[in-house]
Design a protein around this ligand. Sequence first.
Ligand code: FAD
Length: 509
Amino acid sequence: MKKHIIIVGAGYGSLALANLLARAGHTVEMFERNSMPGGRTGLVSQDGFRFDTGPSWYLMPEVFEQYYKIFDRDVAKELDLIRLTPGYKVFFEGTDPVIIKGDLNEDVHTFEALEPGAGVKLEKYVAKSEKIYDLSVKHFLYTNFQKPTELLHPDILKNSLSMLRYAFSTIDNHVSRYFTDSRIKRLLEYHMVFLGSSPYQAPAIYSLMSVLDYKSGVFYPRKGMYSLIDSIASLGQSLGVQYHYNTDVQSIDSVGDRATGITLSDGSQHKADIVVSGADLHFTETSLLPNEKQSFPESYWERRQPGPSALLISLGVRGSLPQLLHHNLLFVEDWQENFKAIYEDYTIPKSASIYVCNPSKTDASVAPDGHENIFILVPLPAKKTYTASEQEALTARFIGQFADMIGQPDLASRIVTRYIFGPEDFRTVYHSWQAGALGGQSHLLSQSAIFRTQNKSKKLDNLYYVGAGTTPGIGLPMCLMSAQLVYKRIAGTKSGGPVTHIEPLEDVQ
Ligand SMILES: Cc1cc2nc3c(=O)[nH]c(=O)nc-3n(C[C@H](O)[C@H](O)[C@H](O)COP(=O)(O)OP(=O)(O)OC[C@H]3O[C@@H](n4cnc5c(N)ncnc54)[C@H](O)[C@@H]3O)c2cc1C
């Protein structure tokens, strides 16, 4: 039966879910506290520069392709995707940078030059990663695990021993079985930051991420990352989704075991048959619901590990920076100490590995002529408060570290504009838990798959959760999967696998 569905927040996961529900014929209304859709997939236009302030890596392209196919759309056309060749550049302290081409046949030579024998080992490593990737996509990422028999699929049973081994060893242990060169280890472990985790804690299953670098490739939508939001929201508009901005949801209301709607901070009430929250799960549970309706109260979160916070430094820079590619990673020598400080001790590391995006290398429209658009992402510990002067000092320090590592001593004097978004902004703008940047808890084994906070309330029958905080996890492709998982729950579909087709419901009242 057609329902009236309210979604709290208009992040990528929520937007994706709204479209699926609207396609099925439901009435969908979204309430977002900020003035535009996208949440952490943000955009700031300033002094002629267009800064994407969130995601910059378009990974797992087949997940986007599959999502758009549900609506009979071709994602390559919708987003005008360009494959980045080479994929990215990595700067190390004290040694020459390395370029990853994104083509295994070529990258084996790069690995071989770093460690004799590493070329052949890379092929074996990536082949294993590919197997885990395929198994995960087929049997784990698109399932709500509502049918226990799903875990008994012959593919899973056949690979159960190796999957258990991967689950119970860390990615650092796994990489160390193959390679000894510290640069190679860093090249194969850095992805854990994308999942809000440390390679010394995350399970080896996530070595599947290497497939993205060496096989499926890195893409860029020609109109910038925010065009993902424009595209998914305009699809929603064509399906009749109603968007409300500058509307701060103050509570999810309920009677007995049913959610009845929401109340906004202006006091207005909005009734619904089903409520979904795409706001951070900790906030949803502990701030939008009264104690007795919380499935995951504060005591639950005290036992969970947040992902990292981050300092985002967007810079407009005069002149060119020829030493950069579109994607750049700067890895410090104190690799393990860096992760330990952020994920275990919750202290600011002495030196930090950082990511630098230079989209003007691919897209001239993001900066005025003769300028570069630079985005620096510095992972920082969550669970800490940062004063304004501390943030300013960190900003200067990391701009300095970046300039040193790329050998550009005059960088600071060439900055013509800057936009800074720090840990406290994540808290105030997105209601983020512990100032976490990526929108969810980290991907420890105990916070992955069936152990991750599930997408349905245990207290209210018609309240669901979508986005990076719930299953399957952090990142844009995972948000598309999350939307499909919630859609399947609402539609009563218990089987695994992606949603392939949505037949509009008959309007039976
Ligand atoms: C700096 C950075 C870089 C990243 N890089 C990548 C990358 O390269 N590739 C990738 O795939 N992923 C990347 N990610 C991760 C990705 O951006 C997130 O996983 C994803 O955007 C999270 O989406 P979400 O649907 O969970 O919602 P969010 O984006 O977290 O949105 C939640 C929304 O809820 C709203 N909200 C909160 N409280 C209320 C309320 N009370 N009332 C109304 N609305 C409310 C918020 O304002 C927000 O708009 C990155 C994230 C960041 C921050």
